[in-house]
Ligand binder design. Structure first.
Ligand code: EPZ
Length: 433
């Protein structure tokens, strides 16, 4: 009888980043195209049979995953450098395969354009993730308001446009919450509907305005993107376009925080300052100097003071930078109060920061962060892509080396983060442990 205890376990090697702390950064870091825009713009390729070229695309696993899902629907795609060409002339399926959808929430962006183009769509529910339930109630409610019959059975959302012609009909939709995904889904569905659609209480995020820009470039009629009321006049068809994705404001914010937490001076470019108003204001309140130069921002930081922040829909402070900002405040002088008001479970990075010596107490969705003079390097894990980034930032400022795991999350949303930071003085090594 083999003694199971003696059997060596062949644990799979886990990728991790070894982040050496205490180094100053200097120079300039390049910001890639926005993940949360690129993914929905890719889905918009389903709205036309013409070729769509998207430029300034980031190199992320989520982008590859989305291209695979679109490929399964019959969309041809070809990447060259930071350009991605898509063509949905051979659209053959109205249902992306479950195994692919399950790994990528953004695949749910397909339901609106598939329904608008084919009159039918069957897309598995994206399901929850670590940070919350991620419901799609608003998406479904809005599609019904445009004339679709929608049912949810066995975890699949089935939508069909009854009657002749399978065309959706424009209508008025009031969102209960300014959901980014619901706003974008309904804009794409309305783009080919008969008549006018008005979306009230729409999300105002820059990625929503970027989608509107693409739809207009494709011949669509969209007004009011970036405000709470968006009006879309449906067109009989849309044509191809050649479109540049906006810079990633969340990556830019993460890089600004890397400079602040190491008390460095760094130029981060390209940045559209209006996309980061709340973040720039909070960084300045915390003691950073930020100088725009028309293309990028130069940030410098000597001492960091405690600040309070509460996540809100745009133009409020973005939930995606709550964890990275908490890493900074863990090293500030004074106590900060951070409230996560968007997602119900997005404080999991607190336990990891505590392992590094951070003094944080939580009460519900609020964290009380008492700054400490020095974090200490430790093995930590990022539970979602922004928490993973937060751990890298904390490692930059910690005494000793921090081993960050959870890179499957990090690589979804950051295009070579360690390469960009090493190029300006960090010492981060990716290895398998
Ligand atoms: C988008 O997710 C982003 N993802 C998220 O980025 C981002 O955190 C989020 O918007 C908020 O800004 C992409 O764009 C691919 P929501 P989305 O629908 O569309 C509730 C990252 O790290 N809600 O605006 O799923 C929901 O539960 C990711 O890059 C309802 O209650 O976000 C959540 O609490 C994470 N009912 C809040 O609204 C609904 O029907 C925001 O969700 C829909 C949403």
């Amino acid at each position: 009888m083999t003694n199971l205890l003696s059997t060596p376990t062949t644990s799979a090697l886990i990728p991790q980043l070894d982040v050496r702390g205490g180094r100053r950064l200097e120079g300039e870091v390049k910001v890639s195209g926005a993940k949360n825009s690129a993914l929905v713009l890719m889905a918009a390729s389903l709205l036309t049979e013409d070729r769509l070229r998207l430029r300034n695309m980031p190199g992320l696993s989520d982008i590859n995953g989305m291209a695979e899902i679109l490929g399964a629907l019959g969309v041809r795609s070809e990447r060259s450098g930071d350009s991605l060409e898509l063509q949905a002339s051979g659209l053959s399926q109205s249902s992306p395969p479950y195994d692919l959808v399950n790994s990528l929430r953004a695949s749910f962006f397909c339901i609106g354009p598939l329904l608008a183009r084919l009159g039918v769509a069957r897309v598995p529910l994206p399901g929850g993730c670590k940070i919350g339930a991620r419901p799609v109630v608003e998406h479904v409610k809005g599609l019904k308001a445009l004339g679709a019959q929608v049912s949810i059975e066995h975890g699949v959302v089935s939508a069909v446009v009854p009657g002749r012609g399978h065309r959706l009909t424009g209508g008025r939709i009031h969102l209960d919450c300014p959901s980014v995904g619901a706003t974008e889904t309904l804009m794409m569905a309305a783009a080919l509907a008969d008549g006018e659609t008005i979306i009230d209480n729409a999300a105002q995020e820059p990625e929503v305005a970027d989608l509107a820009g693409l739809l207009i470039a494709m011949g669509g009629k969209v007004r009011g993107a970036g405000t709470p009321t968006i009006t879309i006049v449906g067109m009989p068809r849309l044509h191809g376009a050649d479109y540049q994705v906006i810079p990633d404001r969340i990556e830019a914010g993460t890089l600004l925080l890397a400079a602040a937490i190491t008390r460095s001076t760094l130029r981060v470019a390209p940045v559209i300052p209006e996309h980061l108003g709340a973040v720039i204001s909070k960084l300045e309140e915390a003691g950073c100097r930020i100088v725009p130069d028309g293309v990028g921002l130069t940030i410098s930081a000597e001492t960091i003071r405690a600040v309070d922040l509460r996540t809100q829909p745009f133009p409020g402070f973005p939930t995606d930078l709550q964890a990275p900002f908490m890493s900074l405040l863990a090293t500030a002088s004074g106590t900060s109060v951070i409230t996560e008001a968007i997602f119900e479970n997005r404080l999991q990075h607190v336990a990891e920061l505590q392992r590094m010596g951070a003094a944080i107490r939580t009460q519900g969705n609020t964290a009380f962060v008492e700054g400490v003079s020095q974090l200490s390097g430790a093995p930590v894990t990022g539970s979602d892509l922004r928490a993973a980034a937060a751990m890298v930032l904390a490692g930059l400022a910690a005494d000793g080396t921090t081993q960050v795991q959870g890179l499957q999350h990090l690589d979804r949303g950051y295009d070579n983060l360690e390469g960009k930071l090493n190029a300006v003085g960090a010492s981060i090594v990716r290895r398998h442990a």
